[in-house]
Design a protein around this ligand. Structure first.
Ligand code: IMP
Length: 185
């Protein structure tokens, strides 16, 4: 089976390919712009994206909307994670957290997948914390400032290790289960 991954982020495609390796699914990276409405949850963004892409005639595809939710900032940047990353970036988030003792945060990943006309939506969550400074060269986005264990950042981990514990890895695990139960893999 070939699943099209609709995203502007090649890092996500790499994570999907690594997590599904040996399971008979190939991933094709395609870039089709779709609206990301300003709504309050990742699931609503994904539902709207799936509807739009299906209306455009696309089939056998998946989309992923993720965000970092910082407790001290009452869940910000959350659904605004992409905008915040593009504007103030990791340094901007670190400035907001300057001197803040409660550094707890969660990464969430919502995946919407359309296969043979059926839609599956799953969400994975990874608890962790915001580091005091960026660390590591790997990954993308907020990886250098987010740590699942309070020590190493995602950017310091090999991809397979990040996938083993990350929000996306957990969402992929749920997706694999759903696709298996429906006989697609
Ligand atoms: P989106 O899902 O592509 O809209 O991602 C929202 C923002 O979160 C973007 O700035 C991404 O770079 C960032 N992001 C998404 N997934 C991850 C991840 O696994 N690690 C670090 N940053 C991420």
């Amino acid at each position: 089976m070939i699943l099209k991954v609709v995203t502007s982020n090649p890092g996500k495609v790499e994570e999907f390919a690594e997590a599904f390796s040996g399971m008979g699914i190939d991933f094709e990276h395609i870039r089709i712009p779709y609206d990301e409405p300003q709504v309050s949850s990742l699931e609503e963004v994904v539902e709207a994206g799936i509807k739009e892409l299906r209306n455009k005639g696309l089939s056998d595809f998946l989309i992923d909307d993720s965000g970092m939710f910082v407790d001290h900032l009452k869940g910000f940047p959350g659904v605004y994670s992409s905008y915040v990353q593009k504007t103030v970036g990791n340094d901007g988030v670190l400035r907001l957290m300057d001197g803040v003792p409660d550094r707890s945060a969660q990464f969430k990943c919502c995946i919407g997948c359309c296969v043979k006309g059926e839609t599956v939506i799953v969400t994975g969550v990874c608890p962790g914390s915001i580091l005091h400074e960026p660390r590591g060269e790997g990954g993308f986005g907020y990886d250098p400032i987010f740590s699942p264990d309070g020590e190493r950042s995602f950017a310091e981990m090999p991809l397979s290790e990040k996938n083993g514990i990350s929000h996306r890895g957990r969402a992929i695990g749920l997706l694999r289960k759903e696709l298996g139960e429906r006989g697609f893999i």
